[in-house]
Ligand binder design. Structure first.
Ligand code: SAH
Ligand code: SF4
Length: 359
């Protein structure tokens, strides 16, 4: 059960937990125990904390809570990708995608997390955007998706290594840079060495082009990977596809990207969703080469995952390959995204959890 009057422990650092236990007249070292239960063992129930005295467990349950997002259901793809439907305290739901990556028989996982319920940007081709915006997620609701994912995965796979999940991408529902403060707090939570312990370079923030957020990110002393959802290389088309382009046109976006790669000395990833007859013509490839050649960039092509009710189509495989060839011939560093989870609508841009739509 959750209760507004209870103190939320999820999201607290070890020092904050120390202040909390001291405030309820308990010894400081209890904070270390709590920290471990929450962030290393994904435990939401005080009753399971076996090294904490029984009386204290009851006391904690009266006054505090640990709101790791509740797992409601999953769908499992033929390729092993899972989509989890998770619920927050106020019953708002988000989808989180867990993608296996196998290297030499060892499988580790990337989790694709949501930063908002819905999204206010409203890109023309995106299922999340089409559903409108409901609210920002709090830092512990964002990082908590990784804890839920780890707990549920460990249970299902009967594996409980702490590093089962090695990568986190902010590519689920929502625009992370429009929820900057909570997003960045969640990054610090994920990165905490004694806690969830995801390396900075293993965290990717994907943005539709919130330039002021990219500039703030530049000020942080963090080695995050930045992914920019480009989708068009002229302002007219981009205004239509990614409406935030009207506020921050391509010139401003590219300046910010350049600055980010210079400061971090790393390549910025440009995501480009392939839409048939819209942005996959020869002249689109030429425009992209002109735009990105001078930048330290990786281009990630994402064949469009069709969304029912939206008019966009995925190009033929022939066209997808042709577009790829044009770009590589032009000297760009390009990858074609391997498609995962399409059969369970868990692919990029297909997340659209709603209360009344429970798949
Ligand atoms: N709001 C952020 C992050 C979430 S979207 C952003 O836009 O970057 C993650 C990626 O999926 C973005 O590149 C987005 O443009 C892309 N995407 C959205 N809908 C898609 C769809 N139906 N098929 C393929 N990619 C899609
Ligand atoms: Fe929002 Fe990203 Fe979807 Fe655009 S693509 S509507 S920014 S979630």
């Amino acid at each position: 059960m959750t209760d507004q009057k209870k103190t939320e422990l999820l999201g607290m650092s070890q020092t904050e937990l120390e202040d909390f236990v001291v405030s309820i007249s308990e010894p400081k070292f209890r904070a270390r125990q709590l920290y471990k239960w929450i962030y290393q063992k994904q435990t939401a129930s005080f009753y399971d904390m076996s090294d904490i005295p029984r009386d204290l467990r009851f006391k904690l349950d009266d006054i505090a809570q640990i709101s790791i997002p509740r797992f409601l259901k999953q769908r499992v793809s033929q390729d092993g990708t899972r989509k989890f439907l998770l619920e927050m305290n106020d019953k708002k739901r988000v989808e989180t995608v867990i993608i296996p990556q196998t290297h030499e028989k060892n499988t580790q996982y990337t989790v694709c997390i949501s930063s908002q319920v819905g999204c206010p940007i409203g890109c023309a081709f995106c299922a999340t955007g089409a559903g409108g915006f409901q609210r920002n997620l709090l830092a512990y609701e964002i990082a908590g998706q990784v804890l839920s994912s780890r707990r549920e995965l460990a249970k299902r796979l009967k594996r409980n290594e702490i590093d089962l999940i090695t990568n986190v991408v902010y590519m689920g529902m929502g625009e992370p840079l429009l929820n900057y403060d909570e997003m960045i707090k969640s990054v610090y939570m994920l990165n905490e060495h004694n806690g969830i312990n995801i390396g900075q370079r293993h965290i990717t923030i994907s943005t539709a082009g919130e330039v002021s957020g990219i500039k703030r990110l530049l000020q942080e002393d963090l080695q995050l990977t930045l992914a920019i959802s480009l989708h068009a290389c002229d302002n007219d088309l981009r205004n239509e596809l990614v409406p935030i382009n009207k506020k921050y046109p391509l010139e401003m976006l590219l300046d910010a990207a350049r600055e980010y790669s210079k400061k971090s000395n790393r390549r910025v990833t440009f995501e480009y969703v392939l839409l048939d007859e819209v942005n996959t013509r020869k002249k689109d490839a030429e425009a992209m080469i002109k735009l990105l050649k001078p930048i330290l960039a990786n281009v990630n092509l994402i064949p469009y995952n069709e969304v029912s009710g939206l008019d966009f189509k995925r190009p033929s495989n022939h066209r997808i390959n042709q577009f790829y060839q044009w770009l590589t011939a032009g000297g760009l560093n390009v990858t074609l995204r391997e498609e995962r989870g399409t059969d369970i609508e868990a692919a990029c841009g297909q997340l659209a959890a709603k209360k009344d739509r429970q798949t």
